[in-house]
Design a protein around this ligand. Sequence first.
Ligand code: ZN
Length: 168
Amino acid sequence: MTTPPEVQLHESQKSQYRAMLAVALDEARMGHAEGGIPVGAALFTQDGKLISRGHNRRVQEDDPSVHGETDAFRRAGRQTSYRDLIMVTTLAPCWYCSGLVRQFRIGTLVVGESRNFQGGLDWLREHGIRVVDLDSQECVDLLTGYIEEHPEVWNEDIGELPESWPES
Ligand SMILES: [Zn+2]
């Protein structure tokens, strides 16, 4: 299956998505200030109404299941449909969170960056999720700094522990 082309955006939509990303980035910074992994996320309606926001709390709560996306998702409570919602996250989602996006058929996924981690972006595109990558330097820099300081926590978060995984 070939990957659909990148979504082309009008400037006005791009600036709306950037404003949404600013909320996720704010969450990422809050997480960082708490001593955690700086990944944040938020859920919005199409017209820009904030439903929920959250950040990775692996370190803070000793809970590997609390990623930025899952935190925002759980704080949104029950929603009848996710098709018209926008999940915004500072980093491309891991397999776990990509599964969440697909399982609940979240219509649009906006990511701050996919340079530090590509996650499931291609897989989501192949399955009809509208994926927008804003390639934000701020998001890249925040996480790059963290990975340099805490490579072991980062590897734990993405499930890449060299000693426990066979070479591919
Ligand atoms: Zn995740």
